[in-house]
Write a protein that binds this ligand. Sequence first.
Ligand SMILES: Nc1ncnc2c1ncn2[C@@H]1O[C@H](COP(=O)(O)OP(=O)(O)OP(=O)(O)O)[C@@H](O)[C@H]1O
Length: 785
Amino acid sequence: MADDGMLLNFELPEDAFATKKTFKGGNWKDRLTARKSAEYGREKQRERATFGKTISQYGDVKSDEEELILPEGRPSKRPRIAETGDSRPSIRPTKQKSAHRGDELPKTNTGEVISSLFTSNPMSTSEPKPVAVEDEAPVEPSNAPLNDELATFTNLGLSSTLASHLLNKMGLKAPTAIQRKAVQQLCAANTDAFIQAETGSGKTLAYLLPIVQRITQLSQQMKDAGQKFTRESGLFAIVLAPTRELSKQISTVLEGLLSCCHWIVGGIVIGGEKKQSEKARLRKGVNILVATPGRLADHFNNTEVLDVSKVRWLVLDEGDRLVELGFEQDIQKIVSVLNLRGRKAQESPIPGLPERRTTVLCSATIKADVEQLRSIALKDPVSIAVDAREAAEAGADPSIEQAFSAPAQLKQGYAVVPAKQRLVTLVAALKQAFKRKGSVMKCIVFISCADSVDYHFEVLTRLGSSKAGAGQDNDDDRSGVQRVPVAKLSKSDKIPQGHTISDTRTQGLATSFSNSDDPVQLFRLHGSLQQATRTSTLKAFTKCTEPAVLICTDVASRGLDLPNVDLVIEYDAPFSKDDHLHRVGRTARAGKDGRAMIFLMPGSEEGYVEVLKEGKPRNLTRHDADELLKKGFAPATGVVTDSSWEQLATNWQLDVERWAAEHPRHLEQARRAYQSHIRAYATHVAAERSIFDMKQMHLGHLAKAFGLRDKPGSIRVPGQRPGKDAGAKNKAVRRNEAVRKVSGAKRPRGDGDMDVPDATDEHEARRKMHAKMKAMSGASEFNLG
Ligand SMILES: Nc1ncnc2c1ncn2[C@@H]1O[C@H](COP(=O)(O)OP(=O)(O)OP(=O)(O)O)[C@@H](O)[C@H]1O
């Protein structure tokens, strides 16, 4: 029988489980426990019936007697009750099933659960209307170049060569606000500084321009003194950044600048290539070096030719990220080596070489927690801050935690999407975004972990299930783009622990929301990919002339300047609000427009709206899943009825579920993604754990968003250990076992089998995840030097 033709949503009559059962057999303890359990079960059922909850997760009810054995009544994971004006709880009516709607979905003959997308979804707890009226008046961009006539690079004190190079070769007419402040300050004084400004406000040039200007002056002074400035004259500046990608980007901007003063040589050491070739480059001599901290500290130990005695500028880009990733030790080491060896330079001074070193800390989000870094690396720093709305109010004191905001022109929104509908709503949002040609050119979708990125890449580039009349794998190239084929695995193949399905295919046609006539390219990126793959993927995404979507982890959230990104979707919420600002800051850069939308589940996650508001967004629009699904799945022609878009959305979801179920490789990948997602979910910062609360998570519904029909209890969630509450759970299991013993009934399905991490497990999972992330940050996720 087809797996999607049976009814599943039963409305229970209030007295459905009222029949009293006499227990026989076993000893008195078993009988007593069985009776208590049955009473407990009846009570729970009464509660459910009262609240109108369907029992879709429990499968089909056979008889009162059999159904005396109910799953242990775990409280519903999220509130299903909304407060009404008359102070009585109002219940969202369960959608009625109807023959035409495809949402009355049964169990398969293997006992898997196929629940409907449109029933049993928790209700939103917040106002179903925009929290802020969208400001129709055009908003002045807050990170754009200045448009006042006097704001020119020449007026800032840059040489005419450099200023005309910026204008004519780099197409930059005027400085941004942070560039004006930083260039004026750092060209005139040798004091340490904090540079704080919104994402996309041009901070890279804000610190590079004064360094290049000062070194150009130095070269002139040497020339005047009859000395020749060469690459061997000395290393004068070091820029440290937390990731290889960011280091490369900074190095590219530097190369662009230095092409107008070719006698100054830049270099980069970031690991990922043989240390010998890096050493050879250092031996030849560089004047400005971009590096990751780990790799530079390594060269300090092992590369004798590296003379740092003349270093007079040290920049710590994304300073707060360097702290988060635990780089204090490397930085401390670098700073003390610079201090020690810097004294040597005074013996052989270069004309014009400043006596003291200037250290600059730079980020869009610098807070009190960089105090540590400040004490290691900075002395009496001045603050160079531009945050149009907040910095002034806060007095721009970096020791005060400031509420930094996203660019003013960025249109922000949030989508309230029930767990079950997450995947299909993501597809609807992407379909909608790329529907009108040219409205969105590039989009970035942030996902919490690498396994989930890999899985979603496969889902969104798949050719459909065999029932949909297509092949199982999307290894053939319908899109005409160059792709490395995935190694064919047999049905019995298992993915080795810790390996992703394919480390090579990172680009494909997004078959889920485009076609070869109107293609959208899909890319994936995360820290577990080989460095060469990461680099080429970013390059391909950047250069892609067709509309494109990058699905990635936070590896792409900091500092990366990817052109033409119009839309950022935070499919999984960020791990902290700073991460949110950096993620959404990949769009609306340098005065351009941009949109961002975050997915939140109804219930406690809606509390995140208050966190979003702290960033004082000019626009914060609410979207609901139904609205997005309707827009995304509305048939191209004909009248749009409930049934048409719901049917299409349901069909899409069912196809993913079949596709996942049909092939062991896909199933394995889906389960792995689901597990990793849960582990990542447990690692939100302490302040936000009541919002992203594992205990409120409906694991069964979440599994559906991964195309899984498994009962959550049968998907092992890593990081779980029997703890105190698990003991209580075991007691419940024992109680049910006792019931079964006397009644001979089968093991129930449903919520009772759901494996929700208890407090102890959650703590353990979080601890492990943090440890893992820290370890990863030094190696795979960020591939630091
Ligand atoms: N004066 C300018 N005029 C026009 N565009 C500029 C100017 N300065 C920088 N840009 C452009 O702005 C974009 C953002 O610059 P940059 O990456 O330095 O921003 P950022 O402030 O470091 O952002 P983030 O905080 O995300 O790292 C780049 O594409 C850059 O070329």
